[in-house]
Write a protein that binds this ligand. Structure first.
Ligand code: HEM
Length: 269
């Protein structure tokens, strides 16, 4: 088979994308470990009320169904954060096809359930933040449902190229909640504390911006990457690489900040 020769700028862009993915996966593994250790330990030790150290609306005494919904949301959060990268790693996908299919089915099912339980929590039980943030995360949920449906649709039709693009969009969308947390702690780190929002009400222009950015910026960057790949013009490849490089820095700083000040301490609780 004829192998296409990649230009220097394409090699550069691919390396930046791989670096981005590697940094993101390390941070997501820490996030998943925190979810498993903190919420898992609290639940298994019979102290679900400890969820409320982080989630003000997490556990409500006597509300069995509502608490089960939150518990399911937290359990599936860990499943999806771990399952996502496993779907996207080419070597795993090519060598373990059966695993890819099963993990994919679990991933899609989990994405639907997380979105539906998330919507129930925001609009039924209440969540931190204001109306703008609630609308924004609900749009994230709807986009997850659309991307999950498109991902299966093209997998069933064996249109692997379009299936892969939708699978990446789905991965970015389900990680919106992770982007939000890492983005917030990057902001806290560079401003040396809260700025642009009220930490008591957890509302303000910066948080509204962040709640929209948590899914729109990753999606825009992905479309930019696809565009650069399609056009294959050196200046475009270098510009996309530079923007992605800045994004890596934000994720690395934000992940360091949230891990040391929240995730690691809560794992040890
Ligand atoms: C699909 C991927 C999602 C994952 C991996 C995920 C993960 C999580 C995690 C880990 C928490 C606990 C918070 C923490 O300890 O930092 C949480 C809480 C929560 N999630 Fe999700 N979530 C997802 C989607 C959604 C969606 C789409 C919505 C809304 C439509 C949502 C609504 C909520 C709410 C309301 C809480 C409780 C926060 C509060 O008390 O204000 N989640 N989620």
């Amino acid at each position: 088979m004829k192998k296409s020769i990649k230009s220097k700028s394409q090699i550069y862009l691919n390396s930046v994308v791989i670096s981005w993915f590697s940094v993101a996966v390390v941070s997501q593994i820490i996030f998943a470990t925190y979810v498993i250790l903190f919420y898992g330990k609290a639940t298994l030790s019979g102290h679900s009320e400890y969820w409320n150290k982080i989630l003000p609306h997490g556990y409500v005494n006597g509300e069995v169904i509502g608490n089960l919904v939150v518990g399911l949301h937290l359990f599936l959060a860990a499943v999806i954060i771990v399952g996502g990268p496993l779907q996207l790693i080419t070597k795993i996908r090519n060598r373990f096809r059966k695993f890819h299919r099963w993990n994919g089915r679990i991933f899609i099912f989990t994405a639907y359930v997380l979105s539906i339980t998330g919507l129930t929590m925001v609009w039924g039980r209440g969540a931190v933040g204001g109306l703008a943030q609630h609308i924004s995360i609900s749009i994230n949920a709807i986009l997850i449902i659309i991307a999950a449906t498109m991902t299966i649709f093209f997998a069933v039709r064996r249109n692997i190229k379009i299936h892969s693009s939708w699978a990446i969009r789905l991965y970015l969308l389900v990680n919106g909640v992770w982007f939000f947390r890492v983005g917030l702690f990057f902001w806290l780190f560079v401003n040396n504390g809260p700025y642009g929002y009220d930490p008591k009400t957890f509302q303000g222009p910066f948080l509204t911006f962040l709640s929209i950015s948590q899914y729109s910026i990753p999606l825009i960057l992905f479309e930019l990457y696809l565009f650069a790949k399609r056009k294959n013009i050196a200046i475009l490849n270098y510009s996309a690489s530079f923007i992605l490089f800045l994004f890596i820095l934000i994720i690395a700083i934000g992940s360091y900040s949230i891990s040391t000040s929240l995730w690691f301490p809560m794992m040890a609780e």
